[in-house]
Design a protein around this ligand. Structure first.
Ligand SMILES: [Zn+2]
Ligand SMILES: [Zn+2]
Length: 382
């Protein structure tokens, strides 16, 4: 079968929309027809090389080539065919993509931490989860799929552990956003910062991920939510979705948070800028209260090894710095759970979609993201 897909041939290149050959699903696999795909910043991290093993290290370690690669890891789709041995899904089921596969059996899954499933360790390696071989080819050459999903395509073959069944009556755009960005932001606030009623919270960067940390903080009962973002449109939007204050920088937030917390500072600071850099940590920890938590959600370049941090304050003020992946969520629980909050009117998802694009408009969509025009851009397939 042939399909159309947005393929990346190397870092700092445009996406190429081209025809790709797709095989039948093998053991444990599904053929999914994608209805919508979120244009997440993580795909952009692959384009810029932040999330790619540098070429010299890749060659030295004898790792396989990263490119060509079908992009996209946020998705909503319908199962069109199943391979042998598929037991959790059937043809016609509506699914959300799960960029972290969940086997349900490894020690991480069994202890309720499926966001750290052992299968996830290999999501950046080429080949299918089932046997490491390719199901997609262009000109006879195998193509990798981002997070083993490749949702920037009309159809791809994925493993059943990478799909979560969802209700068929949900809008595909909402399902696609919950499959990564929404859950990542929401869970950073609710699961990882452990926000309690009355807390003072600062969210640094209120784009597609941070805006959902704002929503999570609000639902968890935060008293003060300060949104920090240089883009005025994003500040305004954060105020609409639950932030109590909005400022342009962490420096500007400093006196405001001091005043609002009567000098105590923030119970939780959540770092969700477009790219995480080491120099963002010190000002974030200055905003963090004694005994408070600073959650680092944003992706840093893979080679970023240093960060500014006052180690005296870290220990003496008993502050905590916590990393987080997928909002410390469990895909099979959190994706349907958050979609339930959406159906109940408590989580805003339709409002997050600034602009929809066709697959052919993908490069325009990413340019709009770089220009700060979008909270979220989503590809909608015909
Ligand atoms: Zn597992
Ligand atoms: Zn994502």
């Amino acid at each position: 079968m042939k399909t159309r897909a947005a393929v990346l041939w190397g870092i700092n290149q445009d996406w190429q929309v081209e025809e790709v050959e797709v095989d039948e699903p093998k053991e444990g696999e599904l053929l999914v027809r994608w209805l919508a795909a979120g244009m997440c910043h993580s795909d952009e991290h692959v384009v810029t090389g932040d999330m790619v093993v540098p070429e010299d290290i890749r060659v030295a370690m004898g790792l396989p080539e990263n490119f060509p690669m079908i992009g996209g890891h946020e998705g909503a789709g319908i199962v069109e065919a199943v391979g042998p041995g598929v037991s959790t899904l059937q043809v016609g089921d509506h699914v959300a993509a799960s960029f972290i596969p969940a086997c349900g059996r490894c020690s991480w899954c069994a202890s309720g931490r499926t966001n750290q499933c052992d299968l996830g360790a290999a999501v950046f390696a080429p080949g299918q989860i089932s046997d490491g071989t390719d199901r997609h080819r262009v000109g006879g050459k195998g193509i990798a799929m981002l997070a083993k999903l490749g949702t920037f395509a009309e159809r791809t073959v994925i493993h059943e552990s990478s799909a979560v069944k969802v209700a068929p009556n949900l809008p595909p755009t909402a399902v696609a956003l919950v499959s990564c960005g929404v859950t990542t932001g929401f869970g950073s606030a609710v699961n990882r910062a452990d926000i309690r009623p009355g807390d003072v919270v600062v969210v640094v960067g209120v784009g597609g991920v941070g805006i959902n940390a704002v929503q999570g903080a609000k639902l968890a009962g935060a008293k003060v939510i300060v949104a920090v973002d240089p883009v005025e449109m994003k500040q305004k939007f954060a105020l609409d979705l639950g932030a109590t204050h909005a400022v342009a920088s962490m420096e500007e937030a400093q006196p405001l948070v001091a005043e609002l917390s009567v000098g105590v500072m923030a119970d939780a600071v959540i770092l969700t800028p477009g790219v995480m850099y080491g120099n963002l940590l010190a000002p974030a920890l200055t905003l963090t209260a004694k005994g408070g938590t600073c959650v680092v959600t944003a992706v840093a370049p893979m080679t970023q090894m240093t960060a500014d941090i006052n180690l005296f304050e870290l220990a003496m003020w008993q502050k905590e710095v916590r990393g987080v992946l997928f909002g410390a969520g469990n895909p099979r629980y959190d994706i349907p759970h958050l979609l339930g909050l959406y159906q109940a009117g408590q989580l805003k998802l339709d409002e997050l979609v600034t602009q929809t694009y066709s697959l052919d408009q993908i490069n325009q969509g990413y340019q709009d993201m770089r220009d700060g025009k979008n909270i979220r851009g989503v590809i909608v397939f015909d």
